[in-house]
Design a protein around this ligand. Structure first.
Ligand SMILES: O=C(O)CCC(=O)C(=O)O
Length: 272
């Protein structure tokens, strides 16, 4: 039984990842929550996402490549405070146990009228990160639907193993996609689009096929996505490019709850 406590937090008092939510996550591969962020947190987090995208414009010139990664490794304290919120970690603990790493997170921002579709893919095969993955956490910072480029998932397909892939040369962000013939013919009928109000959250199994539509609307589409894994994970080396100044920096996983079970000397915070 999960016990969710309330306190001063960016997370809505009604959010609780309970037994029913976990059962749906296991069975269907995803769960959507009606309330996740507090009314105060929504504009605060959207403000940060907006500022970051505005600052990023200088080093990423192509208007469609609006992805910002790992702000906690680049001095953004608010992001760290958010990803270590106890109620969020309670959900992750329920999924992967008491020893938890946070290893990546950030946002995708699709400006009005961008063609930035993200083709159907599974997450885990791309990452060079092996272990017991928690569900991807996908938080809407504004109202999202198919028209402004929301994400869609294919329920029940998380237990089918790694699906065949092919290169998607058109897309710099996710340059592989699931071989379309490996997806069901009636994909459009089966898929569930995240039609979410600002502040709602969904979590999906990292093997669940998902993708997102282009933003054909007059509105922005901005979200935050978070990645956690059990602390006995094996993380291969990876270098990211700073959205602030274009310089390279190495991936670093942080121990956000529990013990450094493999004795890797993990830090508990980028700010310690
Ligand atoms: O937000 C999107 O459009 C896609 C993000 C995604 O693939 C993910 O969160 O795993």
């Amino acid at each position: 039984m999960t016990v969710c406590e309330t306190g001063k937090t960016m997370i809505h008092e009604s959010f609780c990842y309970d037994d029913a939510a976990h059962a749906q996550f296991e069975k269907r591969g995803y769960v959507i929550f009606d309330h996740f962020l507090t009314d105060t947190a929504i504009p605060e987090l959207l403000g940060h996402a907006t500022r970051i995208v505005a600052e990023t414009a200088d080093c990423i010139s192509d208007g469609e490549r609006q992805m910002w990664l790992n702000p906690h490794q680049l001095g953004e304290r608010w992001f760290w405070d958010f990803v270590t919120e106890p109620k969020l970690l309670d959900m992750i603990e329920r999924q992967v146990g008491p020893d938890i790493l946070f290893w990546s997170g950030g946002g995708v921002a699709k400006p009005p009228h961008t063609g930035m579709e993200i083709k159907w893919h599974q997450d885990a095969p791309y990452w060079n990160v092996t272990g017991n993955h928690a569900g991807g956490v996908w938080i809407a910072l504004e109202d999202v639907d198919e028209a402004n480029g929301t994400m869609s998932v294919l329920p029940d397909w998380h237990n089918k193993g790694v699906l065949p892939r092919r290169q998607d040369e058109d897309n710099d962000l996710f340059n592989e996609e699931i071989e379309p013939s490996s997806l069901p013919d009636n994909l459009e009928e089966l898929k569930v689009s995240y039609t979410l109000k600002a502040g709602q959250m969904a979590t999906h199994n990292v093997m669940l096929p998902h993708g997102s539509s282009p933003n054909l609307s007059d509105r922005w589409r901005r979200n935050i996505g978070l990645r956690y894994i059990a602390a006995d994970a094996v993380l291969g080396d990876k270098t990211y490019t700073s959205f602030k100044d274009g310089t390279p920096y190495p991936r670093e996983a942080f121990l956000v709850r529990g013990e450094d079970v493999n004795g890797h000397g993990l830090r508990r915070s980028p700010f310690e």
